[in-house]
Design a protein around this ligand. Structure first.
Ligand SMILES: *[C@@H]1O[C@H](CO)[C@@H](O)[C@H](O)[C@H]1NC(C)=O
Length: 469
């Protein structure tokens, strides 16, 4: 075939159009990527102290803090325990009606006669505690540095955030595995565990509106005050949302985010489709057999089950101060309310056991220590208010609309309350680097399975650190 000049012109027009087309599409993609990268959560400083903020500058001093107890505190506790009015549990009711009253008497008797609070206080003080004032309230935290750092290695700063009805104490088994790892190939962490304001030894906000984004902002300020430019974050329960918000507020500061809880905050189309069609076309949604088992039939597993177990949430998101007052007066009531969650949230099957399976995974000493942190600090009402502050603003909050672009690791424990398949996690966490299906463990995974959790945090952090190099 001969070569005609017209061909050349056509070719060059086609060529120009192709270039133009590529530029437009490329530009569009670039714009979309840039826009998503700049979708940073916005926030404004708050003031949560009583009354108006003082005129002077912020007091940024850091005070060492020790947990203490006294004879008076114990006398008051025992007097109240002794005055509890036992109620017979229904025959054959196990934990289906809430904490079994019959078994409760055993727990109460242990608490009254065998539990040694002052020894547990010494255990709490094994790690260094501090307090510092941020936005008008005293923030309590543990700051655990490794005893020895091998030459040529730098420690990895990590903030770990607890949830409800837990506390910083949930991390006591996990901390040494991260700060003093036994494997020389492991990373050495420097750990900060704050108490969410209104929880444990952190002061409660005096004003309305302190939600997860406020907690995230306050913890960023805490980490800056401690001198960390960049760090990793880990969380479960509320700690999941607080650390997620931290990643959304300052994506450059949070090097990696590791969570073991991630209920979908905004159900999108892929999630809706996966619920409708996932049972029949599991491969399409990357569903495993375990996903199918946990999610279907959806009406039963996702709706009925969560209605059965979320009554507490409705109360706390609406009228925390009413029932909270009773719990703040009665140590037995408080233990009942808190420990019921440690039973059912560790395994749904524990509802069918006379003793709620409580001591299968935890010791009464550890469980009661967590209860005592709530009791002695008198924080149950303020801890419950966090639900009202978070849900009270409606579900359509800016943070639930913005994805997370920080490298993320997800530890999927089989007995978690709300099972979240990989597809759903990826909807929110766009840089999901690891998704680990764990062999065992439930909602309080850091406390229940510290070894597995430490291993997963190590694995995830090593991948992020390698990528940086
Ligand atoms: C961590 O990584 C190791 C080595 O790849 C693997 O054997 C182990 O199962 C992982 N553990 C967890 C909990 O992810």
């Amino acid at each position: 075939m001969g070569f005609k000049p017209g061909d050349c012109a056509a070719h060059s027009t086609f060529f120009k159009l192709t270039i133009l087309f590529t530029l437009v599409i490329g530009g569009l993609i670039f714009f979309l990527v840039q826009r998503s990268r700049t979708q940073v959560l916005k926030t404004e400083d708050g003031w949560w102290g009583a009354g108006a903020p003082p005129n002077g500058g912020e007091d940024i001093t850091i005070h060492a803090f020790k947990v203490t107890t006294s004879d008076d505190e114990l006398k008051d506790l025992y007097r109240r325990i002794d005055q509890t009015r036992p109620v017979p549990s229904l025959e054959d009711s196990q934990f289906h009606y809430g904490f079994n009253s019959h078994y409760l008497q055993r727990v109460v008797s242990y608490w009254r006669n065998d539990f040694d609070w002052s020894r547990q206080v010494d255990k709490l003080n094994l790690y260094p505690h501090f307090k510092t004032n941020i936005e008008g309230i005293d923030i309590h935290y543990l700051h655990v540095k490794p005893k020895k750092v091998p030459e040529g290695t730098t420690t990895i700063p990590l903030i770990m955030v607890h949830g409800w009805p837990g506390s910083f104490y949930e991390f006591y088994g996990l901390i040494p595995l991260l700060t003093e790892p036994s494997d020389p190939g492991d990373l050495v962490f420097e750990v900060v565990c704050p108490s969410i304001p209104g929880y444990g030894f952190s002061e409660a906000p005096h004003k309305k509106g302190f939600d997860s984004v406020c907690a995230a902002r306050v913890f960023h300020k805490l980490m800056k005050r401690l001198g960390f430019q960049q760090f990793y974050a880990h969380g479960g329960d509320w700690g999941w949302l607080v650390t997620t918000n931290m990643a959304q507020l300052e994506p450059k500061t949070v090097k990696g985010l590791h969570v073991n809880f991630a209920p979908p905050s905004k159900p999108g189309l892929p999630m809706a489709l996966s619920i409708m069609l996932g049972h029949r076309f599991p491969k399409l949604f990357d569903f495993t057999d375990f996903d199918i088992q946990r999610l279907f039939p959806a009406m039963e597993k996702l709706v009925v089950e969560s209605v059965k177990e979320s009554g507490y949430m409705h109360i706390q998101a609406t009228k925390p101060d009413s029932v909270g007052r009773a719990l703040n007066d009665s140590p037995v009531g408080l233990a009942t309310y808190i420990l019921e969650k440690f039973s059912t949230w560790t395994s749904r099957d524990f509802r069918s056991l006379e003793d709620g399976g409580l001591t299968r995974k935890f010791s009464l000493n550890d469980l009661l220590t967590n209860v005592m942190i709530y009791w002695t600090s008198g924080c149950i009402i303020s801890s419950m208010r966090f639900y009202k502050e978070n849900f009270g603003k409606g579900l359509n909050q800016p943070h639930s609309k913005i994805p997370v672009y920080v490298p993320t690791g997800f530890a999927c424990f089989p007995n978690e309350l709300i099972h979240t398949p990989k597809l759903w996690v990826k909807q929110k966490y766009r840089k999901l680097l690891t998704f680990t299906t764990m062999a065992r463990g439930g909602h309080f995974a850091a406390m229940e399975e510290p070894l597995l959790m430490a291993e997963d945090i190590q694995n995830f952090t090593k991948i992020v650190e390698k990528k940086k190099k």
